[in-house]
Design a protein. Structure first.
Lengths: 157, 156
């Protein structure tokens, strides 16, 4: 048994060395390569829009004065979304189309999932560029909304 | 009882069973590596979402881990360095199991980053069960190595 393990460990070390070389070389060479150490802002949501916590967003939901925009892909939107929300995937051109459909400068609350909050930041920035001024990103995304016990619509309903 | 044990030993050392275990591990790990290799940035974000790895190590992990998955996956199928690959796959699975359980326990609603990075399936107990089944394949491959269907054997 020890013999097996010793051999396995030796082989593993060789494999790891090969992997490190291959991975580093490929990462260096390709366009999609990333820096070895990410700068501090990489994983934060980058947006010029203001954040809104679920509790505050609720006020706009209750009196119907805010429009909720779901930045996630269609499939995830279909599975569950905030009641009354419109689906504007961050990867599509939906933001421009939507801009024609809404009344002048409404309150727009963009959200996605907590882990993909950057998507909400992406559409929020597009909306700001289009001239909307009351654009917010729902902090913590759909999860934060649900944590407050606020209503969503699920696929089966 | 000893009958059961000898039957189990026979089954797990059967060359087809051993090869099937290697094939399963290889296919799963190669498949899992592909999208991550294509999109290191997305994978880095998926790692970040687990909130377990210090930020300074996230990118290095996002660069190395997919290649480790791919190369171990290939080696375990072709039968070269099977034991070493199985050991590394086992170590990766152990890390995944810890990360997934901790995310489940903390109630993180994040995508698992297991096979696909965008959306994909969330973390569920099911993923954990799959990881544990793969662990059994690791044990088989580790014990019996590349005795059969091995390129190395052909070379020797």
């Amino acid at each position: 048994m020890t013999e097996i393990l010793t051999r396995a460990v030796k082989e593993a070390v060789i494999i790891v060395i090969i992997v490190v070389i291959v991975a580093m070389v490929v990462n260096r060479a390709r366009d999609e390569g990333i820096p070895l150490i990410a700068d501090a802002e990489t994983f934060r949501v980058q947006t010029n829009a203001e954040f809104l916590v679920a509790g505050d967003a609720r006020a706009y939901f209750d009196d119907g004065s805010g429009i909720f925009l779901d930045a996630r892909e269609e499939r995830l939107f279909a599975a569950e979304h905030i009641e009354g929300a419109l689906n504007v995937p961050s990867t599509g051109g939906g933001v421009d189309e939507m801009a024609y459909m809404v009344p002048a400068d409404p309150v727009l609350i963009c959200y996605s999932a907590e882990s993909t909050e950057r998507e909400a930041g992406v559409i929020a920035d597009k909306l700001l560029e289009l001239g909307f001024t009351r654009v917010y990103v729902l902090h913590g995304g759909l999860e934060a909304w649900k944590a407050e016990g606020l209503p969503t619509v699920k696929e089966s309903e | 009882m000893s009958d059961f044990r000898s039957v189990a030993e026979k089954v797990f050392s059967n060359k087809y069973v051993v090869f099937a275990a290697r094939l399963i591990l290889g296919v799963v790990f190669i498949y899992a590596s592909l999208e991550k290799i294509q999109n290191p940035e997305g994978f880095a974000q998926a790692i970040y979402n687990y909130r377990m790895v210090p930020e300074s190590l996230i990118n290095i992990m996002a660069i190395l881990l997919p290649w480790l998955e791919l190369i171990c996956g290939i080696l375990v199928i072709v039968g070269v360095f099977v034991r070493g690959s199985a050991l590394l796959i086992g170590a990766m699975l152990a890390v995944f199991i810890v990360a997934l359980s901790s995310a489940l326990l903390r109630g993180l609603d994040i995508s698992c980053g297991c096979f696909t990075l965008e959306g994909g399936r969330g973390i569920a107990g099911k993923t954990l069960v799959e990881d544990i089944l793969l662990m059994i394949c690791v044990a088989i491959a580790l014990l019996h190595g590349g005795k059969v269907f091995s390129f190395k054997k052909g070379l020797n």
